[in-house]
Write a protein that binds this ligand. Sequence first.
Ligand code: PBG
Length: 326
Amino acid sequence: MSFPETRMRRLRRNKTMLRLVRETTLAVDDLVCPLFICPGRQIQKPVPSMTNCFYYSPDKAAQKAKQIAQLGIPAVLLFSQAREKDAAGSDAFAEDAPLQQAVREIKNNVGELLVATDLCLCAYTTTGHCGIVKDKKIDNDETCRALAKAALSHAKAGADIIAPSDMMDGRVAYIREALDENDFQDIAIMAYSAKYASCFYGPFRDVAGSAPTFGDRTTYQMDPPNADQALTEIQLDIEEGADIVMVKPALAYLDVISRARERFSCPIAAYNVSGEYMMLNLAAKQQVFDLDTAMMETLLSIKRAGANIIITYFAERAAQLLRGKS
Ligand code: PBG
């Protein structure tokens, strides 16, 4: 059947009809809110490169986490600055480092909120690379061993989900084994499986002070033209024990999210990264569009592509709107 029998506008006659036939809905349950941790006490200071984002010292992080939980957001994803950087990235696995402290504070005060921890060396190494550097090259297996050690320190602090973002080969297997050997078999792994070497991480690298001091990340992060390869990366991570897989960034890679959704049945997370966040903020500031409207349309596009978990700096604002508060 075709026009005039078929009229698509029948299903768009009014707002109630639109509600009835809506295929995708965004929910507060889909959101993960990133939190930036800094060393010190009683600190809450703005992140210069990112509108409405703040650093929190571990003690302050718990207060912030409580507000996030009250909005109904199920999880936070913690990032931290190092107290001091060195070649081995030691502060990544120190039990008293800010990230580990913040995990303890949050779990002690807001127990029901899931705490995921970003696991990487780039904020902790003097080179700013995600791995241990030997002769100007990233040593894959040595990095995996360091990551497994750091993952254990996160788990001991009480993390619910460990999220490796380094893109070393085999790291999920190393981390899973270390966790299981130490009785942390219930701690989940959310792997940054298809993480692209993207310019959209720019504002974030200022936050973590994690820009590489030489070269770039193209020997470990994925090359933007590749999508079949992303599916291989995801499959390998699932085989190694990842519980949740991730595509990052989200917007320039919606096709990858959608193909991953068709192929795999595990939860798929998408990371709406710092550059994507600032794109909307700056455009709205220039009156290109209304920020809330652009934000909701963007988050919905990520959900529609097939992500069931959306990590976004918009999480709190989106949750407010979804709960009907202005
Ligand atoms: C660390 C890491 C990065 C991001 C998350 N974890 C930066 C990078 O890989 O350079 C980016 C987050 C964002 O841009 O919002 N490996």
